[in-house]
Design a protein around this ligand. Structure first.
Ligand code: 6MZ
Length: 360
């Protein structure tokens, strides 16, 4: 097995509905085509297209939203996504998803998340831990006496606020996240089409989330919007995703506030927001020891995997001395950036330490 596959990895920026297996997406599209809900030949090229502008990516997400028509499909997709990440040795996955309401099929934001949880419960091929630890329970997923030889993965959830939503809708999502804390919801993400919406719409809900002890990660700087980037950095989220269209003053604030950045190499190249991997801002951040973590964003939509992202980084940035050992350290350091409770962090740290020893 190649080292980038066998190496334990931490995924902190993965959208559930962007991570659907190609085969499942095609199957769902065909099924709806047969029912006459969509015209398969008209949407096939959207699914199959390789490079997409930001606008086209969000057209694809709208199509995917039509495909996830019922709770059973949400459950299935969740199960498959967990299996896929675990199969490539992702040991901690923070999965984000937008709770959806669809009255026509009796779906509420709450029942959508229930379906996601059902997906987590229904995984049988790998060991999944998604319920936060009780203090008195000392058993951990990676303790040497765990006895399991199967793949093991911690999963925690972030609930996403879509930029199309109103303040009330965003608040509803935060309240749901609070109710679901006991089932492994650790924070809130702000995502969706960066061309729509206004920061001040989401701010009350994000402030409320923070006051109630939820962590916040923001999609920041996917398009040039200097004022919003400034406002987001002023909010001091626990992490940000992307950080692409930053100007000098933004870099300065980011560096001094040390907000960790979730880096999505393939996603940025495929959405044409970064010209070439060789000019990607990852290198500058890495060299200055800014906290960064490699992530997939949408492994289905962009035909990638976390292993591939590590391999791409190793190939593209070899001149910075980024080899197998350095990428292992990058992955290990990501444990510091997770939103799960202390016990999970400690368990993962011990696990990474034990793997480091075998690397010599
Ligand atoms: C912003 C993105 C995104 O929530 O239905 N999403 N938002 N930028 C990106 N980079 C390209 N990739 C995905 O997963 C799909 C949703 O995640 C957000 C979009 O709102 C998309 O509809 P869920 O599970």
């Amino acid at each position: 097995m190649e080292w980038w596959v066998s190496m334990p990895k931490v995924e902190l920026h993965a959208h559930l509905n962007g991570s659907i297996r190609d085969s499942t997406l095609l199957e769902l599209t065909k099924a709806l085509g047969e029912k006459g809900v969509i015209n398969f030949s008209q949407v096939e090229h959207i699914i199959m297209k390789y490079n997409r502008s930001v606008k086209e990516v969000f057209q694809l997400f709208d199509l995917i939203r039509i495909l996830t028509t019922d709770h059973a499909i949400v459950t299935r997709i969740t199960r498959e996504v967990i299996e896929d990440f675990a199969s490539e040795n992702v040991v901690y996955l923070e999965l984000r998803t937008t709770p959806k309401r669809n009255e026509a099929i009796g779906m509420t934001k709450g029942s959508y998340i229930e379906a996601v949880l059902e997906g987590l419960r229904s995984v049988t091929s790998v060991d999944v831990n998604f319920i936060p630890h009780h203090k008195e329970d000392s058993r951990t997923l990676f303790s040497p006496n765990n006895g399991s030889s199967r793949k093991r993965i911690y999963v925690r959830l972030l609930l996403s606020i879509d930029r199309r939503e109103t303040t009330e809708a965003a608040m509803e999502t935060v309240k749901l996240a609070l109710e679901m804390k006991q089932f492994g919801v650790v924070g809130i993400d702000l995502s969706g089409n960066p061309l729509v919406g206004d920061w001040n719409t989401y701010l009350p809900a994000l402030k409320f989330a923070r006051n109630q002890g939820l962590y916040v990660s923001l999609h920041c700087g996917e398009i040039p919007n200097p004022k919003e980037i400034h406002q987001m950095l002023d909010f001091k989220p626990e992490r940000i995703g992307h950080a692409i269209c930053f100007e000098k003053e933004h870099w300065e604030i980011l560096k001094s506030s040390k907000i960790p950045v979730e880096i999505c190499l393939t996603s940025n190249i495929r959405t044409l927001t970064v010209r070439s991997i060789h000019v990607h801002h990852f290198v500058g951040l890495y060299k200055t020891k800014h906290p960064v973590v490699l992530c997939t964003d949408d492994s289905g939509v962009f035909s990638t995997s976390l292993s591939k992202e590590y391999k791409i980084a190793a190939d593209a940035f070899v001149f910075t001395g980024l080899g197998k050992r350095e990428l292992f350290e990058l992955s290990r350091n990501a444990v510091e950036l997770i939103f799960a409770e202390r016990q999970v962090q400690e368990d993962l740290t011990k696990y990474f330490d034990s793997v480091a020893k075998t690397m010599g």
